[in-house]
Design a protein around this ligand. Sequence first.
Ligand code: ZN
Length: 234
Amino acid sequence: MTYSAAALVLFSGGQDSTTCLAWALERYGRVETVGFDYGQRHRVELDARLTVLDGLRRAFPAWAERLGADHLLDLRGFGAVGESALTSERTLEMDARGLPTSFVPGRNLVFLSYAAALADRRGLDRLVGGMCETDFSGYPDCRRETLDAMERALNLGMDRDFRVETPLMKLTKAETWGLADQLGGRALVRLILEESHTCYLGERGALHAWGRGCGACPACELRARGWDEWRAAA
Ligand code: ZN
């Protein structure tokens, strides 16, 4: 354990970033969180962040001691530039690159730039994000190669020694449930299941076996499939 290090977790209130937050809380002496308001169509995402943070503090007193400030940064200007199915009424479809219209161009590059500026001011040296190459929808800014280049650019441009850490990079969604179970047992799995938000349509509604959501959008399908795989293997 390197409790001397301090981390900033890119925290959206979803399954992946909640697992990353638990991962960081197991490792680092001080952990802060950052979220981005880029004009999401659904405020439920931003509300889920606060519910999950509150739930973590209550269920895990040892983590609560190390869990510091939460920051919400206003990136609505960027959201307007990268207008897509997530932030407008356009339907989900594929573009000429084979990328879904839910792809906000360069989103993680912008998030990491803002996160690094904040981390510099807050004295945090690890940037932790839930980017993943395995189950993802083809987003080029989730690839480790992109993040290695970004880490280098941030360190050159800010004269720092940041590390961009991506604990889920090689994991399937089923393995991400397994990691949550390892880190925080059934209490963490339950919290993620009930309170983290994934659905593209902003649907909360009924609690399915795998959590809340419409059950039909790509994000819900991915989450439900991962849950079923994990349960089948357990
Ligand atoms: Zn959905």
